[in-house]
Design a protein around this ligand. Structure first.
Ligand code: ZN
Length: 176
């Protein structure tokens, strides 16, 4: 069991654009398991490989209350988006901040599973938002990019100060 370190904003490595996964092999499955463990331990509902400094197109998610429905998305693509709405988002890489973001609340996506098998499914509500949030990470994008510059700067300064003071933030909530 391995727990990975989650990069925190404004770490420039979070701006890296991920490359497609070539082969879903044993090494990738090990990474998937470590990402799931890291996500559950951090009480997040989603985690992109970018956040653990692996720049491959891979993300994990689990929006179930019982935390027993892990989803693995390798090389994900969004096939359709509907019902744009606002939902409050947080991010394990931006600890302690929750802000409203507009996204599609109903999507259809395709991805490879942990065995490299392609699947398609619909997602709505929190899962739809989560998949889009994590896919943004793979492009080097963060939810704070949707906020005003003033708000983003305030968050960045506060987090930089927290890092300097070595404050560990354990704010509860559904961080993505
Ligand atoms: Zn995030």
């Amino acid at each position: 069991m391995t727990r990975l370190t989650i990069l925190e904003y404004p770490d420039p490595r979070l701006r890296t654009k991920a490359s497609p996964v070539g082969e879903v092999d044993a090494a990738l499955r090990e990474l998937i398991d470590a990402m799931l463990e890291t996500m559950y331990a951090a009480k997040g509902v989603g985690l992109a490989a970018t956040q653990v400094n692996v720049h491959q197109r891979l993300l994990v998610a689990d929006v179930s209350d019982a935390k027993n429905e892990p989803l693995v998305l390798v090389n994900p693509e969004i096939l359709s988006r509907e019902e744009i709405g606002t939902m409050q988002e947080g991010c394990l890489s931006v600890p302690g901040y929750y802000e409203d973001v507009n996204r599609a609340h109903r999507i259809r996506f395709a991805a490879l599973d942990r065995h490299g098998k392609r699947y398609e499914r619909e997602a709505e509500g929190l899962l739809a938002v989560c998949v889009q949030h994590e896919m943004d990470h793979l492009e080097g994008k963060l939810f704070v990019d949707y906020l005003s510059e003033l708000k983003r700067t305030r968050i960045r300064r506060k987090l930089e100060k927290d890092h300097r003071q070595r404050v560990t933030d354990s704010a509860p909530g559904r961080a993505l």
